[in-house]
Design a protein around this ligand. Structure first.
Ligand code: RRO
Length: 318
């Protein structure tokens, strides 16, 4: 993988001051502003903030239990609770717009129409820098399957592309049979960037009853348990498209983040670790900056495959 990382820190038109973002739904910036006040704005851990996914209609989310601690990981079955588009615009967006970094709004529709309404409305708002299309939520029964098959992803992204000039980031699922093919479909449809991985479909058994622990039966696994899977998928996607990739999955340290850059990611996102340590993003950013300043930082292994494009061939340290 030597030399597979891009030095560019752009996701389409969205320029990043450093490579560390948050994973959608893993950092409640509104609660953090209440808890940490101006100190959070002065030293915001992420180079862009990605919101929790919103839908057109408000949602309560899944029945409890919604969380299970797995070995080196977390299974969630949150089920997309949110205030809906109107509630987001009225209550959350005005606060998120005060953050000192660009705002990426994550959206999910159950139909193409819903996705279109979300992208058109959110994209027209000057406070929004980019839109993440969540086509990969593992925790809702219908919908959100549009990222599982290239034939579903291509027409959706094509339709949304013409509705906004803002960068579109497509969030990919690790549960697709061929994530590289879905990534190619997103690129063909006009996406500006890709992010992966969303969580791995999973379940946990209640030891007392022998029945599923989670109220919805199944959930999505994240945390260090998925990091090796995520790295492989980032590598595969970076090799098959020329789009910038935001790599995530179990990143806890600058060293973990560097591995994702070495696998071909342009930027990384810290997710589950934010729940354990709300300052994790800042630590990962500092540790990664130190590693990137170290000569030869990119030499983390043997090249698995030749880079597809010249832009992917710059070394990390370069
Ligand atoms: O809300 C959730 O249950 C959820 C979402 Br939208 C997602 O994209 N990924 C995930 O693991 N959980």
């Amino acid at each position: 993988m030597t030399g597979r990382a891009s030095v560019s820190r752009r996701l389409g038109a969205l320029a990043l001051e450093h490579p560390v973002l948050n994973g959608s739904g893993t950092f409640d910036a509104i609660a953090a502003l209440r808890a940490f006040g101006p100190a959070l704005r002065e030293r915001f851990p992420f180079s862009a903030f990605v919101s929790k996914t919103i839908t057109v209609a408000p949602r309560q989310g899944n029945p409890p239990a919604r969380l299970w601690e797995a070995p080196a990981g977390l299974i969630n079955s949150i089920g997309l609770p949110n205030k809906g588009l109107d509630g987001f615009l009225a209550h959350d967006l005005p606060v998120l717009a005060t953050l000192p970094v660009p705002l990426v709004v994550s959206v999910a529709g159950f139909t193409h129409e819903e996705f279109a309404q979300l992208v058109e409305t959110v994209g027209a708002d000057g406070r929004v820098a980019a839109i993440e299309l969540n086509v990969s939520c593992p925790n809702v029964k219908s919908g959100c399957v549009m990222g599982a098959e290239p034939r579903e992803t291509l027409p959706l992204v094509e339709r949304l592309r013409i509705l906004t000039s803002k960068p579109l980031i497509v969030k990919l699922t690790p549960n697709a049979s061929d994530v590289g093919a879905v990534a190619e479909a997103a690129e063909a449809g006009g996406a500006d960037a890709l992010s992966l991985i969303n969580t791995l479909r999973s379940m946990a058994v209640d030891p007392a009853s022998g029945k599923p622990w989670l109220g919805a039966g199944t959930g999505g696994l994240s945390g260090p348990a998925v990091r090796a899977v995520a790295l492989e998928q980032v590598e595969a996607v970076a090799a098959r498209t020329s789009l910038p990739v935001v790599g995530m999955g179990g990143i806890r340290s600058g060293r973990d983040a560097l591995d994702f850059l070495a696998a071909g990611a342009t930027a990384v996102a810290v997710g589950t670790e934010n729940f354990r340590d709300p300052r994790a993003g800042d630590r990962v950013r500092r540790e990664l900056a130190e590693l990137l300043a170290t000569p030869g930082a990119g030499r983390v292994g043997e090249s698995a495959a030749p880079p597809k494009t010249a832009s992917k061939s710059a070394s990390i340290a370069g």
